[in-house]
Structure formats: C-alpha cells, structure tokens
Write a protein that binds this ligand. Structure first.
Ligand code: ADP
Ligand code: MG
Length: 682
C-alpha cells in the first residue's frame, strides 16, 4: 500500500492562496465557474484525442460535467469525464503556477479584480475561497491508478493513491469542503443560479444532482399502517370505503420520499450554431464571458455570421473593450490569436494561429467548420488553402464591424425599432427629437473614440503591413524597428525611381494598392486637433469645420499633443482660425505621407519647409517679397555661417510670438521622423 506524500506548494502559489483567502473572500462564488471551466478544458482535450483514436474513450463515452451537493457534509463536487491527471500531473498542475508573470498577477489581484484569475492560469486556487479543504480525485485514461490530491491551503498538499480504487474510470472529481461562511454553496438553488450566470454556454452538458420529495401512494397492511400512523400522522389517509370487510385492513397512504436525479442545467448547444434571431444580446455577452475567461467586461462589439460558398463555416467574433496591455511587447514575435477553431464541434485549436493578420490579433472568437478534415494536425492545418479563404472572409467581416462602429449616419437610427420610436416621437417636440438624436450620435462617437484609443495603432499598422513580407517582418523584433524598416524601404523605393525608370511601373502598382487600403482604412482614423485637444476627431469632422475655401488639411507630427499644441510652428495658422491635426503616434506621419490627400483636400505637413500660408493675397505676398529683400544680407550671412547644417535661411510669416524656427526641408525627413529613426538606430 502506498503511503501519503506531503508536498510544499511553490512559494508563489502559497502567496497567491494567502491573498485569495484573505482579501478576495467576498467573491467566493467564482470558484464554481473556474472548476467548470477546468472540467470543460479537460473534456475538450479528451475529445480532441478521441478523434484520432476513438478507443481512448473506452467505456466512458459520455463527455459531461456533473455537480453534486451534500447538504449534511457541506460539500460541493464537480466531476468530469475529461482527460484526467496522473499522480505527477496532480503534483505539478495543482502545486505550481505554470504561467510566468505571477508576481504581476498577484499585484493586479490585490487591486480586487478577481476576474483576472481565469486569465492567469490560476483559476483552480479559487477553490480555497469557499473551501477549507479541497480534495481532487483523478484518473488518467492510461493504465494508471486513481490518485487523490488534498489540501487545507496551509502551504502544503498531500497526494496518495485512492483507497477506493478506480472509481472514476477516467476524469477528475474536485470536492470542496465548504467553510462555515460559505455553506450557501451547498444549496441547490445557489449552484443552479451560478451555473446559469457563468457557465450557461459551456459546450458540454452540465448536470446537477437535484433531490426532490415525491409523494407516493403506498398500499399497506393495517398493522403496518398503525405503525406508520404513529410516526407520521398527517400523511396517512384511510380509504373512505373501509366499511367493506375485505378491504378493512387495507389502506392507501401517501408518503413523501426523497429521490435524486440528474438535471441538465445549461443550454449546451453551441451558441454560434444557433440562429441569430434566437440569441439575445445578453446571451452574446454571457458567451463572451465564457470565451474571454470571464474578463468581467462586456465586449465592445461582435459579429456573428455564417459564410457560404467556397468554404462553409460559422464564426462569432468579439472585439474586447480593452486591448491587452502586452499587445505590442513582441508584436513581430510569435503570433497568437484568441480564435478557437472547432471542426464539427470538436475543439481543434485554442489559439488558431495564422488565421488573422497580426494587427487584428486582439479579437476573440470561434470559428466552426464542418469542411475541414477532423484529423488535421496543426502543421497541415496551416497549409490548407481553405484557411486563406476563411481568413479573407473573417478579416472582411471584422473590418465591416469596425466600419459599423465608426459610422454615425442618421440612417442608422431610423432603421431601429420604428414602431416604438413613432409612438415616442409623437409626444416629443422636434427640439426634443433632435436632442435625443444628438445624444445618441454623441454616445456612438464617444464609444468609437474609446475603441480608437485602444486599437488605433493596430489599424494604422494594418494600413502599413504587407502580408507578403510577413516573414521578413517576423525577423525584426520590435514594432518600432519594423516601422523604421518600412519607412526606409519606401524611401529607398522612391530613390530607385530616379535610378531605374523601369521600376516605375512596378512601384506605381504597389503604391496604388497601398493607396487603396489607406483610403479604406482612413475612415476609421481619429486624431487630436488644435481645436480640441481632449476629444478625437476624424477627417470628415475636420472638413466640416474647415474655413470656406480651405483646400488643405494641416497636420503636425511630434511626441505628444501638448508639445504639438504649444509648437510655434502652428501658432500662425491657429491665429488665422485654421485647425491643425496633432499627430502624436509615430505611425501617423508615415501614413499621412502615403495618403497625400483626402476628399480632394491636400494633406499638408506644417512642420516641413516654408509651406504657403493660406490666405496669402497679393498684398501680403508683395510685403513678404519686400521684407525678404531688406533682410537678404542677414539671411545670406546666416546661411553661409550655417552652411554645413542648413539648406536655406528664409524670412517666414508663420511665426507669431517667436523670432526664429528651425524646420525640415520639404523633401527631407521631418524632425519627427528624424527623432524616430534616431531612437531606433542604436
Ligand atoms: P488553467 O485552467 O488556466 O490552466 P487552473 O489553475 O484553472 O489554470 O488549472 C491548472 C491546471 O490544472 C490546468 O491547466 C490543468 O492542467 C489542471 N487541471 C485542473 N482541473 C482539471 C481537470 N478537471 N481535469 C484535468 N486537469 C485539470
Ligand atoms: Mg482554469
């Protein structure tokens, strides 16, 4: 007989548990969703393996989660027929924290956001929020024995061979021995509500063992009847027709009996396979919580569609409200996505790689196709032509979703709930109606601006990125180096135009396709501007506010909007009533240079050269000419003096308060670009 082994928790695990127990106790209930989520993961794993090897399921073909409560013992147990854990698995999976960044997580969780727990791969430990003792029995499918892991959270856990033998067949049973202040979790209604709240869309049936009292009619002999009568007076009914001698001793009584049965609590059918009309916004949000490992927040937006034609598949894709904080840490490194790939309801891959371009890696969702081969491995998956089609279609849908979120046409509003709106409208004045409309519009704009703050950079990168260069880009390690690389690449292309005229055709082809993408994406772009440096603005808004006859869109690029707003370069323009876009993201200037114009308005970088000031009439021009002449000796002298460093020294009209300014020449790098390249060079 094997004896019990005691193990110490990894130091970080111990610290984490202390925090959980001492500061997050108000959020006990999440333990159930974490256990269910682990059970579902384990079931996904065995289902995946069973595709290639159906025998692996053995006699235990049912893939389900069963939850049982023991009111007397005050326990809750969650049992799955998933992949199970060997003795070693129990020790390493439930004794150490696999994911790095745990210290960071511990800091974050101290702030009280317990929802992070599922994302950091430490969900299991939430058991100790509600349990004073946790017992895990697990049986891996191999010839292995069933083992028990047990801990009372006191920095150690014990592992032993299960004395009951192999009771599970395959799978895991986690039993929580509830603390005094958590006994409400030994109630059926509490557990049922929690499953509904957090785990409705888990893709395996979740059964809850419910106990009901049933009334039962029993016919019994008089003798026994008397006995029963003493025990349970009210329950006994003597038949009315007991005058009859034959039936005198017979009576029917109703007794209450406890019966237990398994009841499925969750919906189980994959939400993405249900018709859209049947799914409420609330359902979509609930599923998002399951999908995003309960990030706690509603999604920003989502799109659910079925693609037909070349390849048939169904997809449900969400844009999270917040971008992951590490999105650009290793942008050109290993690509991960948050897209789950299902083939005929079997989860093939959690992080379906290469299906989306990098700049869209922040979306979360599922793709389900019946047409992909079930027994694909991840390597051959990448080579399938079908994937290219799927990818193209999904990207298109996502871009449409962005576009929907960005547009605030009045038409949108008229489409919605017409009947209802008519009724309301009848009672409101036109002013009131307008006010409501404005409010709605403002709300949509605000929401989109939030989106832009989170993902603006991604979209700009989308503009620049060229999928055929993905490999080369991958060799570069950071986004900034890549940017500079791209910038240089473009610059060298332009230089080549002069060197080799035969290249021109090729280049113009390339630039026109870039231009096409730019035009498409520019619709989503937002910047700060000199008119309003707290809210973001679009090109269209800028044009709406432009002065009559203004044929340019002015912009200045730099490090941050405060610095830009204070720049002497733009004071003249501002004084004249012109608006200047303040580009504070390194990507912007590059993008603008390639765009050149928008809706027939030239994009003018006011940080370069001595651009022609708007409203220069003949008189002003004459005045300037005269001034230039007067100051010619000075400018000539100065130019000579600085000949190594400057192209020219000129009299300028753009300054208001400041006497002098250094600007870049029209054809060279702007100061901002220079700054970016310098930062990258070493
Ligand atoms: P995560 O689920 O994010 O990996 P958890 O702390 O929830 O983190 O679980 C830790 C690990 O324990 C899991 O990755 C898995 O290997 C193992 N585990 C937990 N519950 C089960 C289960 N029911 N069946 C099989 N393995 C499990
Ligand atoms: Mg988990």
């Amino acid at each position: 007989e094997e004896s019990q082994e005691t193990h110490e928790f990894q130091a970080e695990t111990g610290r984490l548990m202390d925090i959980l127990i001492n500061s997050l106790y108000t959020q006990k209930e999440i333990f159930l969703r974490e256990l269910i989520s682990n059970a579902a993961d384990a079931l996904d794993k065995i289902r995946f393996l069973s595709v290639k090897n159906p025998e692996i399921l053995g006699e235990k073909t049912e893939l389900a989660i069963r939850i049982e409560i023991n009111t007397e013992e005050k326990t809750v147990s969650v049992t799955d027929s998933g992949i199970g854990m060997t003795k070693n698995d129990l020790i390493s999976n439930l004794g150490t924290i696999a994911k790095s960044g745990t210290t960071q997580f511990i800091e974050a969780i101290k702030g009280g956001n317990v929802n992070l727990i599922g994302q950091f791969g430490v969900g299991f430990y939430s058991c100790f929020l509600a349990g004073q003792k946790v017992t895990v029995a697990s049986k891996n499918g191999d010839d292995d024995d069933q083992y028990i892991w047990e801990s009372q959270a006191a920095h150690s856990f014990a592992v032993s061979k299960d004395p009951r033998g192999n009771t599970l067949g395959r799978g895991t049973q986690v039993t929580i021995h509830l603390k005094q202040d958590a006994v409400e979790f030994a109630e059926e209604s509490t557990i049922r509500e929690l499953i509904k709240k957090y785990s409705e869309f888990i893709n395996f049936p979740i059964y809850l063992k419910v106990t009901r009292e049933v009334s039962k009619q029993v016919e019994e002999e008089g003798e026994q009847q008397d006995q029963q009568e003493n025990n349970d007076d009210d329950e006994v009914k003597v038949k009315d027709d007991d005058d009859d001698a034959d039936t005198k001793k017979k009576a029917t009584k109703t007794i209450k009996e406890k019966v237990s049965e398994w009841v499925q609590v969750n919906e189980n059918k994959a939400i993405w396979l249900r018709p859209k009309e049947e799914i409420s916004d609330d359902d979509y949000k609930k599923f998002y919580k399951v999908l995003s490992k309960n990030s706690g927040e509603d999604p920003f937006n989502w799109v659910h569609f079925k693609a037909e034609g070349e390849v048939e598949f169904t997809s449900l894709i969400y844009i999270p409200k917040r971008a992951p904080s590490d999105m650009f840490d290793n942008y050109y490194g290993k690509q991960t996505t948050n897209l789950k790939l299902y083939v005929r309801r079997v989860l093939i891959s959690e992080e379906f790689e290469d299906i989306l371009p990098r700049y869209l890696s922040f979306v979360k969702g599922v793709i389900d196709s019946d047409e992909l081969p079930l027994n694909v491995n991840r390597e051959t998956l990448q080579q399938l032509k079908m994937l290219k089609v799927i990818s193209r279609k999904i990207v298109k849908k996502i871009l449409e979703l962005f576009q929907d979120s960005a547009s605030y046409d009045d038409e949108d509003e008229e489409e919605t709930e017409e009947g209802e709106e008519d009724d309301n409208m009848a009672e409101t004045t036109p002013e009131e109606q307008q006010r409501l409309k404005d409010e709605k519009r403002k709300k949509k704009i605000d929401e989109y601006n939030e989106f832009w703050k989170e993902y603006g950079k991604n979209i700009k990168l989308g503009v620049i990125e060229d999928s055929s260069n993905r490999q080369k880009l991958a060799e570069l390690t950071s986004m900034m180096t890549t940017l500079i690389w791209i910038i240089n690449r473009f610059i060298s292309i332009y230089q080549m135009i002069y060197i080799n005229s035969r290249l021109i055709q090729l280049i113009s082809k390339l630039s026109s396709s870039i231009y096409q993408i730019l035009l498409y994406l520019i619709y989503y772009f937002r910047w700060y501007s000199s008119k309003n440096s707290t809210d973001l603005t679009s090109f269209d808004d800028y044009i709406e506010r432009a002065k009559p006859g203004q044929d340019s869109i002015y912009y200045l690029a730099g490090e941050n909007k405060e610095q830009l707003l204070a720049s002497p370069i733009i004071q003249g323009l501002i004084k004249k009533g012109y608006e200047v876009l303040l580009l504070d993201d390194p990507v912007d200037e590059f993008t603008f240079q390639h765009l050149n114009e928008y809706k027939q308005k030239k994009l003018v970088n006011v940080g370069k050269g001595d651009f022609k000031q708007p409203e220069d009439n003949d008189e002003q021009r004459k005045k300037l000419k005269a001034l230039k002449k007067v100051f010619q000796p000075l400018t000539d002298w100065w130019r000579k003096l600085l000949s190594e460093n400057v192209d020219s020294v000129v009299i300028s009209q753009r300054l208001i308060e400041d006497p002098i300014i250094v600007v870049s020449s029209e054809s060279g790098y702007s100061a901002n670009m220079e700054r970016i390249s310098k930062a990258q060079a070493y």
